[in-house]
Design a protein around this ligand. Sequence first.
Ligand code: MN
Length: 235
Amino acid sequence: MSNIAEYVFPPPAVTSLPVAGSTARFPVRRIYCVGRNYLDHIRELGNNEKEPPLFFTKPRDAIVQDGATIPYASVTENFHFELELAVALQSGAYNIAEEAALTHVFGYAIALDMTRRDLQKQLSAKSAPWDVAKGFDHACPCGTIHPVSQVGHLNAGNIRMQVNGEVRQDSDLRAMIWNVPQIIAHLSALFELQAGDIILTGTPAGVGPVVPGDTMRGEIAGLGALTIHVGPRCV
Ligand code: MN
C-alpha cells in the first residue's frame, strides 16, 4: 500500500512566513484585508468616513518574503504601496466577541497591501469587485511574524513607510478607526476564522506610486522592518 496521495499534478506548496525566535514557520491559510481604516487615508481618497469596516481578500500565494524583489505589476500605470499592520491568528471561530478576540492572535507582522490604484478606482466607480486591483500575484509582501509572547499586543506605535529613504507614510496604530479586537469581531461574523489566517488592518495616509528600481521599507514600532524592491514590469 502506498501512502503517496494521487494528484493529477503536484499540489501547490504551503505558503509560510518566518517566526521571530523560532525555526518553525507560520503556515498561511487565508489573507483578509480591511479597507479604509485610517481617517486621513479615507479623506485622501475621498471616501465616506462613517462606513462599517470594509473587507476584501488576497490569495495566500500573493505573499512575498522580506527582502524580495517584486515585479512592477502588469496592467497598471499607478502601482501603489499601502503599509499595514498584519495580525496572524493561531485559532479562530465564528462570531468572536471583542473581549475574546486577542486570545486568537498568535502575533503581528509588517505587510504591504500592493494595489493597482488605477484599476481600483475604475472598479470602485462601477461598484465592481476589487480582486484584480488587490489580489494579483506578489500583492502581499509580509515580514517576520513576531509572537505575542515576545512583543505583546500592538494597539499603539509608529507606522512609517519609506521609499528610497524618503518618508511617505508616518502615522500611529492608534489612528485606526477599527482596532484589532473590533476587526476580528466583525470579520468573524462573515467568515469562520481559523489558525493561519492573516488580517491586514488598513493603511494610513500617504499612499503613493512606486516605479521599477524603487526600494520600499516599512517599519512598525516593535516589529522591525520589511524591505521590498520593485523590479521591472513582469510582462
Ligand atoms: Mn489596504
